[in-house]
Design a protein around this ligand. Structure first.
Ligand code: NAI
Ligand code: MG
Length: 373
């Protein structure tokens, strides 16, 4: 097999974590016998914006549609380009144009990463948040009336469509069915938001009838956030609307340690590669973190989020064994490195994991571990 991957490192630490991540994926390809063809692009970055006055070249869409998947670093240079220009001009445009309606974030307690949730009676934390990524609360329907008067009123409507709600709920049920715990938790707020959220609950119930083997629970978003912190081990797959999913998908990774290790996938699971490229909608894989201007250029960014995002990409491409090998390598390297750190021996963990290591050093260690599989 051979896969064509668009590589968009972006800005800041995106440029630093991409090379070690590419080496890790190449190592996996070598061991498991497939080929990865990288198409490197400098656009979707603020550097490109400064040179061209725009974030993307005019033919960005066919260029990306010629690829099986998009591997994205991070975009943003808040000191020189407003974030809404850099984000809407790249990542958010890709999500919308390629109808990437699922935002998937695994959330796992990794041995070796200090987390506020650690030592929870040895209970394992391993869940996935599934966020609706295209509609819901993030609509542009609404506006201001009576502006500047004491009756000033601002309205923004939530839009739930049957297709939009059903496809994310169905995806979450399928995912839950494929996992050992077979449990789905739905984020709601039907006690307060009395029109849209009861509809969401209703669709969970209707679709749930097709999945009698999956256990379903629902929680209002407020108490659900509390449970994420206090009882994270009870979750398996958690599904939420655009807003609730946004909150949960940042809270989850934050609870399992550093944002530097968290990956994210923006998926269009309905897209199938057709004969002509112009209808193909590739999925996008990225770390959760941004361009981190505060540490950019120092060579100390944690590369694990980028590598783990690549692991999700391999899984999506159907290279399950390679994906498992990359995950195993990440886990083993972090665990061994943490033990070495505690013994005061060579410390390759990056500073966000309380170490003295570098992007390059940690990336190499994971690459070498993959080559051993
Ligand atoms: P950020 O994620 O870039 O940084 C937040 C904090 O986490 C910083 O202290 C940073 O040093 C640390 N951090 C992040 N990734 C790390 C890593 N791999 N290793 C070690 N430490 C890490 O978020 P921030 O500061 O809010 O945004 C900076 C820029 O990134 C902005 O322009 C923002 O718009 C953009 N951004 C882009 C995203 C994307 O491309 N998907 C996502 C989030 C932010
Ligand atoms: Mg967010």
């Amino acid at each position: 097999h051979s896969y064509v991957i668009a590589v968009l490192p972006g800005d800041g630490i995106g440029i630093e974590v991409m090379p070690p991540a590419l080496r890790c994926l190449e190592a996996a390809a070598k061991v498991f016998g497939f080929h990865l063809e990288w198409r490197h692009y400098p656009w979707a970055s603020c550097t490109y914006y400064h040179q061209h006055g725009k974030m993307l070249p005019d033919n960005w869409k066919p260029l990306l549609q010629a690829c099986d998947a998009i591997y994205f670093g991070a975009v943003g240079d808040p000191a020189t380009v407003p974030d809404h220009i850099s984000l809407w001009g790249s990542l958010l445009l890709f999500r919308r144009e390629f109808d990437q309606y699922i935002n998937l974030r695994p959330c796992r307690l990794i041995s070796g990463v200090t987390s506020p949730l650690a030592n929870r009676d040895g209970k394992h934390i391993d869940f996935v948040t599934v966020r609706e990524n295209t509609e819901g609360e993030y609509s542009s329907i609404g506006g201001r009336i009576f502006e500047g008067t004491d009756r000033e009123t601002v309205i923004q409507n939530t839009v739930f469509t049957r297709i939009g709600v059903d496809r994310v709920i169905r995806y979450a049920f399928e995912l839950a069915r494929s996992r050992p715990a077979k449990k789905l938790t739905s984020a709601t707020k039907s006690n307060g938001i009395s029109i849209t959220m009861p509809y969401w609950d209703e669709r969970v119930e209707v679709i749930g009838k097709e999945y009698p083997d999956v256990k379903v629970e629902k929680y209002h978003i407020d108490i659900l956030c509390a449970h994420f912190v206090q009882r994270p081990h009870i979750f398996d797959v958690v599904v939420g609307s655009n807003l609730f999913g946004d909150i949960l998908s940042d809270l989850g990774p934050a609870c399992t340690g550093t944002i530097g290790i968290a990956p994210s996938a923006n998926l269009n699971p309905s897209a199938t590669r057709g004969e002509s490229g112009d209808t193909w909608m590739p999925s996008l894989f990225e770390p959760v973190h941004g361009s981190a201007p505060d540490i950019a250029g120092k060579g100390i960014a944690n590369p694990v989020g980028m590598i783990w995002a690549g692991q999700m990409m391999l899984e999506h491409l159907g290279e399950k064994d390679a994906a498992n090998a990359v995950m195993g390598a990440i886990e083993r390297v972090l665990k061994v490195s943490r033990s070495a750190q505690l013994r005061g021996e060579s410390d390759i963990l990056t500073p966000d994991m309380h170490g003295k290591g570098t992007t390059e050093g940690l990336g190499r260690a994971i690459e070498e571990e993959i080559l051993k599989s």
